[in-house]
Design a protein around this ligand. Structure first.
Ligand code: ADP
Length: 449
C-alpha cells in the first residue's frame, strides 16, 4: 500500500501514513466530544493541540478524515461513522465498534453464560465454577418462561429488574412477587419517550444480592477502571485507583422499594433528601483496601481482590472472539463490582463510558491522573519502549496470558515474597508521578543505547 493511502477503519489502515507527517516531528492533534476532565487532560498535555473549531461542529456532521491523531469520541458517533471511516496507521480512537457486547447488561450475561458452558464442556464442571461471579440473570421478555420456573424454585428471594440499555439506575426496581412484574409484562415500562414502540424494552431480571458487605451499615459497590488496548492478542491494563460508592441510607431488606437504600449509583444517591455534597458518598479504593485489610487481614483481602482480576479477565475473554478488533481502537471500561458479606466480589455491570465528570477535588485528581496515564500507555509520543508492565497508575494485568510482577508492593504483599505475584495492584499505593519520572528516564536511556 502506498504512503498516505486511506483505508477503511475495519481494514486497520495497514501501512498507511498520515501525509501531515510522522508524529514525533510535530504536534499531536486531537478531538474530544466531552467537556469534562478528559478535555482538561488533553488541553494540558504538552505538544497536543485541539483540532480548531471542533467543539462548535454538531456531533453527527463532524467528519472522520485524517485531520486528527487522537479522537475521544462518543459511542453514537462511532456507531454512525466507523463502517465508512478511513484511518491512518497511527490514528487512535476510543471504543471498539461493537463494545455493547460487553456493556449491554443482557449481552454481557449472554456472552458470559456461553463461555462458562464452553469451559465446562472442555475443561470440566470444576473449571466452570470460576464463572460464578455474576448473579443468576435472564433476559426479558425473551426468557420469561425460564425465569418463572427459576422463580418458583426459590420462593421468597428478591429479584432486581433492570433495563438492558439504560444507565444511572434509571428504570430499576426490586420485587419479591411475580405479580409485581405483570405490569411490566403489560408494557407499562416501555420508555415514555417512545409511546409508539412496538416491541417491549429489553430488561434483565437478576437475583438480588441480599447480603452485601456493609460498612457503617451501608451498602457500596466498587468502580474499577480497565483499559483494553487490543483484543487479539488480549492486552489489558488495570488502574490501581478507583472508588467505592456508598448508599446514603442504612441497608435493610424491609423497604425494597427505596432506591436510596439499594442502588449505589451517585446519580441516584445525590438526590437523597439527606445527601451531603461536601461529604459525598465515596471512598478511594486505597481507603477501602486498608479498611478491609485491618478488619479481615491482608490474605483475605488479596483473595477478594484476586476475584476481581478473575472477573475482568473472564468477562473480556467472553467477548474476545466477538469484538471487532482494530488496532486503532481502545476502550476504558468502568467495572462495577459488589462485595457480599463473605467478601466475594460479584460483577454488576461494565460501562463503556464511565463518568469522567468529577464530583469533587479528590475525584477530579483521580480522573485527571487516570486519563493522563491512559495517554501515557497509548504513548502517541513514542517515548516508551513498549515493554513496560507499569505506566503511572496502570499495571499490565494480561497480555495473551497473565503477567507476573517484577517486584512486590509491600502494602499488598507484606510477606515480601515476589515469586509468582500477579501484576495486579488494585487499591495499592499509587505513586504515579514518581514512577513516571523514573520510567521516562529509564526508557530514554534504553532508547539511546
Ligand atoms: P445502571 O446501569 O442503571 O447503573 P446497574 O446494573 O449498575 O445499573 O445497577 C445499579 C445499582 O443497583 C448498582 O450500582 C448496585 O448498587 C445495585 N444492583 C444492581 N444489581 C444488583 C444485584 N444483582 N444485587 C444487588 N444490588 C444490585
Amino acid at each position: 500500500m502506498s504512503k498516505g493511502t486511506k483505508v477503511p477503519g475495519y481494514m486497520q489502515g495497514k501501512g498507511s501514513r498520515n501525509p501531515r507527517g510522522i508524529i514525533g516531528d510535530r504536534e499531536i492533534r486531537y478531538k474530544c466530544s466531552l467537556q469534562n476532565t478528559i478535555l482538561d487532560v488533553l488541553r494540558g498535555r504538552p505538544g497536543w493541540q485541539e483540532v480548531p473549531g471542533f467543539q462548535s461542529i454538531p456531533p453527527i456532521t463532524r467528519n472522520s478524515d485524517g485531520d486528527w491523531d487522537f479522537y475521544w469520541c462518543d459511542r453514537e458517533w462511532l456507531a454512525q461513522n466507523y463502517d465508512t471511516m478511513f484511518l491512518y496507521e497511527h490514528q487512535k480512537i476510543l471504543h471498539f465498534r461493537n463494545h455493547y457486547e460487553l456493556t449491554r447488561k443482557n449481552l454481557m450475561v449472554k456472552n458470559l453464560k456461553r463461555l462458562k458452558k464452553q469451559t465446562e464442556r472442555e475443561q470440566g464442571k470444576a473449571e466452570g465454577l470460576s464463572f460464578e461471579f455474576f448473579p443468576t440473570t435472564y433476559e426479558l421478555p425473551s426468557e420469561y418462561h425460564i425465569f418463572v420456573e427459576e422463580f418458583k424454585k426459590n420462593p421468597g428471594i428478591i429479584w432486581i429488574m433492570k433495563p438492558a440499555a439504560r444507565a444511572q439506575g434509571r428504570g430499576i426496581f426490586l420485587f419479591r412477587r411475580l405479580k409485581d412484574i405483570t405490569d411490566w409484562k403489560k408494557g407499562e415500562y416501555q420508555p415514555l419517550s417512545d409511546p409508539n414502540r412496538e416491541v417491549p424494552e429489553t430488561y434483565v431480571v437478576q437475583r438480588y444480592i441480599e447480603n452485601p458487605y456493609l460498612i457503617g451499615g451501608r451498602k457500596f459497590d466498587v468502580r474499577v477502571y480497565v483499559l483494553v488496548v487490543s483484543y487479539n492478542p488480549l492486552k489489558v491494563w488495570l488502574y490501581r485507583s478507583g472508588f467505592a460508592r456508598f448508599s446514603n441510607t442504612r441497608f435493610s431488606l424491609d423497604s425494597i422499594e427505596d432506591t436510596y437504600v439499594h442502588l449505589t449509583n451517585v446519580a441516584v444517591q445525590k438526590n437523597a433528601p439527606d445527601y451531603d455534597p461536601d461529604k459525598g458518598c465515596k471512598w478511594s479504593t486505597q481507603q477501602l483496601r486498608k479498611y478491609l485489610a485491618a478488619k479481615h487481614g491482608v490474605e483475605a483481602v488479596k483473595k477478594a481482590f484476586k476475584g476481581i482480576d478473575n472477573i475482568i479477565i473472564k468477562s473480556l475473554q467472553s467477548v474476545q472472539k466477538i469484538i471487532i478488533n482494530d488496532k486503532h481502537c481502545f476502550e476504558m471500561y468502568g467495572y462495577d463490582v459488589l462485595f457480599d458479606s463473605d467478601l466475594k466480589p460479584w460483577l454488576i455491570e461494565i460501562n463503556a463510558s464511565p463518568s469522567l465528570t468529577a464530583s469533587g477535588k479528590e475525584d477530579y485528581d483521580l480522573k485527571f491522573g487516570l486519563l493522563n496515564d491512559l495517554l501515557n500507555v497509548l504513548d502517541l509520543e513514542n517515548r516508551l519502549t513498549g515493554k513496560e508492565k507499569r505506566i503511572g497508575g496502570w499495571d499490565l494485568l494480561w497480555e495473551d496470558g497473565p503477567i507476573l510482577a517484577d517486584d512486590g508492593n509491600m502494602e499488598c504483599t507484606p510477606n515480601g515474597t515476589t515469586a509468582s505475584i500477579p501484576n495486579s495492584f488494585l487499591g495499592c499505593h499509587n505513586d504515579r508521578k514518581r514512577q513516571l519520572r523514573e520510567l521516562y528516564t529509564a526508557a530514554q536511556s534504553i532508547k539511546k543505547s
